[in-house]
Ligand binder design. Structure first.
Ligand SMILES: Cc1cc2nc3c(=O)[nH]c(=O)nc-3n(C[C@H](O)[C@H](O)[C@H](O)COP(=O)(O)OP(=O)(O)OC[C@H]3O[C@@H](n4cnc5c(N)ncnc54)[C@H](O)[C@@H]3O)c2cc1C
Length: 253
């Protein structure tokens, strides 16, 4: 008898998968990267998100056992990575204490916060703090693909201590003329580190200073909702069309 094949999700369709926690390392103050093995059948694009669920975690609270995270690793990296600010929720406490090798459920990839196709138009990425995670994936992937796309990353943090991936972005900018990296700090008076870069928040004049005169970029903004709405307002106030602005709000901050 001929068997009817069992329908399987395509590799690029959202699916529930079980992965194991492979590693965790601090990437800034109170900020941790968590790495998982990447299932062989899983593909995703830079900018996609995952729903991460802890299975029988040691602690639970009313916030539940699931959170949404942008994938911080690049599609061509061997592992899957997420990066998060450490806070008091049971979810994050558990994520820090469960043993390596623990199974975790992921669902995805989800989302449409993806880079545009037209390489003639630069991508201007505006990140507030932890909002840098999808941009880390985009910038890394572009570097792995010989840096063909023009990308400018404006990255705002209170202090260098709070800013994941500073050194890595600087390295990529040094070796790739298509990538411009502009970090800026808004509370250097509270920092113990030296800083010779930009100060203050991301302002339209700072973007114009680094953007080529005839460029017609697409703008991407990611971070806490308040910061995303402030930056969107700044961009539209400067005459940039809504059609050229894409945003990802990290609800929960
Ligand atoms: C598209 C997307 C991408 C994200 N990417 C990242 C990332 O890369 N790194 C990262 O650290 N965080 C990311 N977040 C936020 C993340 O999902 C958590 O909400 C955040 O890390 C806070 O978690 P927590 O456990 O510390 O606090 P929580 O226990 O989640 O509590 C924070 C507060 O926010 C509320 N809240 C939580 N989730 C939601 C929601 N979906 N809608 C409305 N209210 C909510 C809670 O009720 C609570 O009042 C992302 C969120 C979204 C939507």
């Amino acid at each position: 008898m001929k068997r009817t094949p069992i329908p399987r999700p395509r590799a690029d369709e959202p699916a529930l998968r079980t992965v194991t926690l492979k590693g965790r390392s601090p990437v800034a103050e109170r900020t941790m990267e968590f790495r998982f093995d990447k299932p062989a059948t899983m593909t995703f694009k830079a900018g996609h998100t995952l729903e991460v669920t802890l299975i029988s975690p040691p602690e639970t609270d009313e916030g539940g056992n699931t959170r949404t995270f942008s994938i911080a690793s690049a599609p061509d990296d061997d592992d899957l990575a997420i990066v998060t600010r450490l806070r008091d929720s049971a979810f994050k406490q558990s994520l820090q204490t469960i043993p390596l090798g623990t199974e975790i459920q992921i669902e995805g990839p989800y989302g449409d916060f993806l880079l545009h196709h037209n390489l003639d138009r630069p991508a201007v990425l505006l990140a507030g703090g932890i909002g840098v995670t999808p941009f880390h994936s985009m910038v890394r992937q572009n570097a792995l693909k010989r840096g063909l796309r023009r990308i400018l990353l404006f990255y705002s943090n209170r202090r260098p201590e709070d800013a994941p991936f500073l050194a890595e972005f600087r390295d990529i900018a040094r070796s790739n003329p298509n990538f411009t990296f502009v970090p800026t700090m808004s509370q250097m008076e509270r920092s113990g580190l030296p800083w010779a870069g930009e100060l203050g928040r991301i302002e339209i004049d700072l973007i114009r200073k680094h953007l080529e005169g005839n460029a017609s970029p697409i703008y991407y903004v990611a971070g806490p909702p308040r910061m995303v709405s402030d930056l969107r307002e700044m961009l539209t106030g400067a005459g940039i069309s809504d059609d050229d602005i894409r945003t990802e709000e990290f609800t929960g901050y």
